[in-house]
Design a protein around this ligand. Structure first.
Ligand SMILES: [Zn+2]
Ligand SMILES: [Zn+2]
Length: 396
């Protein structure tokens, strides 16, 4: 069914741009007419502070879309990540990744970083210094030995921070012999600020090198680290994220395993076929999320190998296990989406009268969610709506 060659080949494009949007409604109309006329499906999020887009369609039409976007000076310098790929593996993957409809929404903020809605997000203009994939690579390559041999008494060391979630770092991350990779082990992006607060002594006075999938999460998180003031100035981020790095280093370079992506490709590997993940149940090497197995407590994706997957099985992720949630206390959740949505597990309480939390939902295609989008939106970009209670964060 997939067209693998020629102008009809299928593809996805991902891009974001932080910039003040003077007229969000006008941009909404542009996306609405452009994407519909080209038959593109996926998610467009518009906010006063920028745009975040993940859409799929015929490659030739995606190129037309990019050309149209580029003609708007607001998008100067935008990094468009266009990739050819197969069609979604199955309906569930397509649905969860938001590729069964076109959803354009106006949201309050592009990325909701803080779990506390009343706290102001850090200033993007104060974000860390961008490093190209080649620069990032050479810093990692030279850092360790230089610091140890030439400057043993220098307390300034290089800290490598993975700004992604646990289900992403499970299947791939940067690993170098000389620099330790800090993996926050968080379920969602909005847990990152408090993890940074709790671990700030690991950053103070050091050079912090950070990365995420496509760069958008580092913009906010690096600005947050820098907002801590003296001792937190030296923050660098991988521009274009792991995606651009793997293009530059097709053998994976210092990145081991696969890059989790928030479109139906699910993950993207390098030519190095190393499997980093392991089955939650039997521990065998495994890194395929296409079965979409989830923790029954928190709905986070879990890795369960083909032979351990059983119909109606209940899974408990490592974070829930750590917090004492055993198999005995699993709420009985059917694998039926409509039922899952109504289960009040792990929902953050959002006061119903707090209108400041509600994004303007301009979804003209795709259905308006039955839960307010923001019942978990502190945790997400406002991107897409997952059929399950804990939404995925959909970042690049
Ligand atoms: Zn297994
Ligand atoms: Zn869990």
């Amino acid at each position: 069914m997939a067209d693998n060659d020629g102008p009809d080949q299928y593809g996805v494009v991902l891009y974001y741009k932080y910039t003040p949007i003077p007229d969000v409604d006008q941009l909404f109309s542009f996306y609405d007419s452009n994407c519909n006329s080209l038959g593109l499906l996926g998610r467009v999020r518009l906010a006063p502070d920028g745009v975040n887009v993940t859409i799929g369609g015929k490659l030739s039409l995606l190129e037309k879309h990019i050309a149209a976007v580029k003609s708007n000076s607001l998008f100067e310098g935008t990094d468009f990540k266009l990739a050819s790929c197969h069609h979604p593996l199955n309906d569930q993957v397509a649905k969860e990744c938001g590729f069964t409809s076109l959803s354009i929404r106006v949201v309050k903020e592009l990325v909701t970083f803080s779990p506390h809605p009343l706290l102001k997000s850090p200033e993007i203009s104060n974000a860390g210094t961008h490093l190209s994939a080649v620069e990032f690579h050479s810093v990692l390559q030279s850092a360790g030995p230089l610091l140890e041999k030439e400057n043993p008494s220098n307390h300034k060391k290089l800290v490598l921070l993975d700004a992604r979630n646990l289900y992403e770092t499970r299947i791939g991350k940067f690993k170098t012999p000389n620099v330790e990779t800090l993996d926050p082990g968080i379920r969602q992006y909005s847990d990152l600020p408090s993890w940074i607060d709790d671990n700030s002594e690991r950053f103070r006075g050091n050079r912090v090198l950070m990365y995420c999938t496509g760069g958008i999460r580092c913009e906010m998180a690096s600005a947050y680290i820098r907002s801590k003031g003296a001792g937190f100035e030296n923050v660098f981020q991988l521009f274009g994220g792991i995606q651009r790095y793997l293009e530059q280093f097709p053998d994976g370079g210092f990145f081991k395993g696969k890059n989790f992506v928030f479109d139906h490709r699910i993950s993207v590997g390098s030519s190095d076929a190393n499997i980093m993940g392991a089955c939650l149940l039997c521990g065998s090497s495994f890194d395929d999320y296409s079965s979409r197995c989830r923790c029954n407590h928190c709905r986070m994706l879990v890795l369960v190998c083909d032979s351990c997957q059983k119909k109606d099985a209940l899974y408990v992720c490592e974070l829930c296990q750590k917090h004492g949630k055993g198999y005995g206390s699993i709420p009985l959740i059917e694998n039926d989406e409509s039922q899952v949505i109504t289960q009040p597990i792990k929902l953050k309480t959002v006061p119903s009268d707090d209108t400041t939390l509600s994004p303007q939902i301009h979804s003209r295609h795709g259905k308006v969610p039955s839960l307010p989008e923001n019942s978990e939106s502190c945790a997400c970009t406002g991107f897409g709506r997952m059929p399950l209670v804990l939404k995925e964060e959909l970042h690049h």
